[in-house]
Design a binder for this molecule. Structure first.
Ligand code: PLP
Length: 238
């Protein structure tokens, strides 16, 4: 890892932290009310290590094989927290259940059931966010809002899963007000779930990426998923 790269990661991470701090302040929210998830898909393990050295602990990955290779390379970083945030196929659930602390992309009961059944006893419950198709885009991932209560109820009955909240990737929008609207709907959906299931540990709104962090924080995001803003542009489109 060259010094140039070290410099870039420390600076971009500091800038990302500054954006989050400013967005929280602008929203009148406490400084520690949301945290950064560094999305490291397609980026080498060395860049993750540099961010870790700057104090970053939560990392998001989208591709199982790629993530497992990096986890092996970084196994000395004991307190690192791995989040799976990509589309999840049935044939990959075992590896995710065994190697991640969080999954943000659960959108159907079958996948949840497999994660529950495959979670190793010794690891404690797997933290789950349900991915909502908040812009109701055809053929996009995520459960529709109408089906959310049923899926939440099913996940809450699974002892090896811990339902923490909701995740969404809204359709891209340029105006701040247009960006905020789907995030507001996700916040309201979490509020409704909290009323329906008052015992559930529903404390997480996983929303906001490099282009719309401010809008997401204004609407209550607790975990913002930043890739490009921390690690730079990606080569492949994802
Ligand atoms: C890639 C990705 C991100 C990060 O996107 P950026 O625009 O690079 O910040 C966040 N969430 C998910 C689910 C992703 O796949």
């Amino acid at each position: 890892m060259s010094n140039t790269t070290n410099l870039v990661i420390s600076e971009s991470l500091a800038a990302a932290r500054g954006r989050l701090t400013d967005a929280l302040a602008a929203a009148g929210r406490p400084a520690e009310d949301a945290r950064l998830l560094a999305v490291s898909k397609t980026k080498p393990a060395g860049m993750i290590r540099e961010a870790w050295l700057q104090g970053q602990r939560d990392f998001g990955e989208n591709y199982v094989q790629e993530a497992l290779a990096k986890q092996t390379e970084l196994r000395d970083l004991e307190d690192i927290v791995w989040h799976f945030i990509g589309p999840l196929q049935s044939n990959k659930t075992r590896e995710v259940a065994e190697h991640f602390t969080w999954v943000h992309s659960v959108d159907r009961e079958k996948i949840a059931r497999r994660l529950n059944d495959q979670r190793p006893d010794g690891l404690g419950p797997l933290n789950i966010c349900l991915q909502v198709n908040i812009s109701a885009e055809p053929s996009k991932s995520g459960v529709m809002l109408e089906e959310l209560p049923g899926l939440a109820e099913a996940v809450l009955s699974m002892p090896a899963l811990r339902l923490r909240g909701l995740m969404a990737i809204p359709a891209p929008a340029r105006e701040a007000s247009a960006q905020r609207e789907p995030f507001a709907r996700l916040r309201q959906a979490l509020g409704t779930l909290r009323e329906t299931f008052p015992e559930a540990p529903l404390d997480t709104l996983s929303m906001g990426m490099s282009a719309d962090l401010e809008a997401a924080v204004a609407e209550g995001a607790t975990l913002v998923r930043l890739g490009t803003a921390i690690f730079g542009e990606r080569d492949r489109t994802t």
